[in-house]
Design a protein around this ligand. Structure first.
Ligand code: AMP
Ligand code: MG
Length: 327
């Protein structure tokens, strides 16, 4: 099992930073989800991240940095749109895909000519980045294709056997992965909806293209049709569809958007938000999926959430999760 260090203890950051500097791998909190981090400039360290996650080499990692000023070391082609987004949305849940500088190893970007860069808003992530003094390549700290972790315990449960250190900074406040926005071409493209809403991006740089969430963009494997999936088979209800009665022969869970009456026929019921708030729903989504997954249910029925703001990213994750669980 991994050692879980309370990030509030000052020596914890030093120990984690020393591990990164020595070419090791550390799980750490960000405001989106927990990341599995290694020195982004050390190809051998990065290779371990792929091995631990069993992540295919075609899936690029996001590189985390501690300050906006560092971007030009790792990326080129930083235009007006990129500057506005970095100034207004960083630190925060936005990854910018830009042409890469040669210093970033090919393994990090899966051989692509672009790199995904992000300055996270979590104080523990920023302290770790500053103490390590190097950019940190970090995907979500979960086995490839599975639900992302939003607590240190989620990481321990799924990868604890394979890693040494987990920095515990409490539950992740956003709870969804970053929004990935490609600025490497003329048109801005949101490759993956996430913790920063598309509406907020458009308010800053004008219209962006949003590929249909069923398209698998080979440039962005986070957009694979089956991803972010719990083990339990998941049935996603259509927007507005009434909650069905579960089959009495099956153990079925219900994950509704807001509280619903008479869900007693279900083995377990949870609501994502007491007030029907998509922000609160986003924060709770992955933790709820982890809880349901521990129950060994036959099926999980999930109610659709309104597809606005962060609701778009929630529905994106649920559709991909359902793609694996479908009969
Ligand atoms: P995660 O596994 O949550 O860290 O997400 C990483 C995701 O970011 C990848 O699966 C891609 O969807 C996206 N990404 C990272 N780097 C790039 C890049 N250079 N080009 C396109 N997408 C990227
Ligand atoms: Mg991931």
């Amino acid at each position: 099992m991994a050692q879980i260090l309370d990030a509030a203890v000052p020596s914890a950051i030093r120990q984690a930073a020393a591990c990164i500097q020595a070419g090791g791998v550390v799980a750490f909190p960000t405001e989106t989800v927990y990341g599995l981090g290694a020195d982004a400039l050390n190809e051998r360290a990065v290779a371990q991240v792929f091995a631990i996650k069993q992540r295919p080499a075609f899936d690029p990692l996001i590189v985390h940095i501690a300050q906006v000023g560092a971007v030009s070391r790792y990326a080129s082609g930083i235009d007006g749109r990129a500057r506005v987004l970095m100034q207004r949305c960083w630190p925060g849940p936005l990854t910018l895909v830009l042409p890469k500088q040669p210093v970033i190893p090919a393994l990090v970007t899966a051989g692509l000519g672009t790199v995904g860069l992000r300055m996270p808003a979590h104080p523990v992530a920023l302290s770790l980045l500053r103490a390590a003094g190097t950019p940190i390549a970090a995907p979500s700290a979960n086995p490839f294709g599975y639900v992302s972790p939003t607590t240190a315990q989620h990481v321990q449960d799924t990868l604890g056997e394979k890693i040494e250190l987990i920095l515990d900074g409490g539950p992740c406040p956003v709870g969804l992965e970053s929004t990935v926005c490609a600025l490497s071409g003329e048109e801005a493209v949101v490759l993956r909806p996430g913790g920063l809403s598309v509406e907020e991006i458009e308010a800053l740089i004008g219209p962006v293209r949003l590929p249909a969430s069923t398209d698998a963009d080979p440039r962005s494997p986070g957009t694979l049709p089956q991803h972010y999936a719990p083990r339990v088979r998941l049935t996603l209800l259509a927007p507005g569809q009434a909650i069905p009665l579960p089959s009495p022969r099956e153990r079925v869970g219900l994950l509704s958007f807001r509280p619903v009456p008479a869900a007693d026929a279900y083995t377990r019921h949870e609501a994502l938000s007491a007030e029907g708030d998509v922000l609160e729903a986003a924060t709770n989504l992955f933790a709820a999926l982890h809880r349901f997954d521990r129950l060994g249910l036959d099926r999980l029925v999930v109610e659709a959430v309104p597809e606005q703001g962060l609701g778009r990213a929630i529905m994106d994750r649920l559709r991909r999760a359902a793609a694996r669980g479908a009969d």
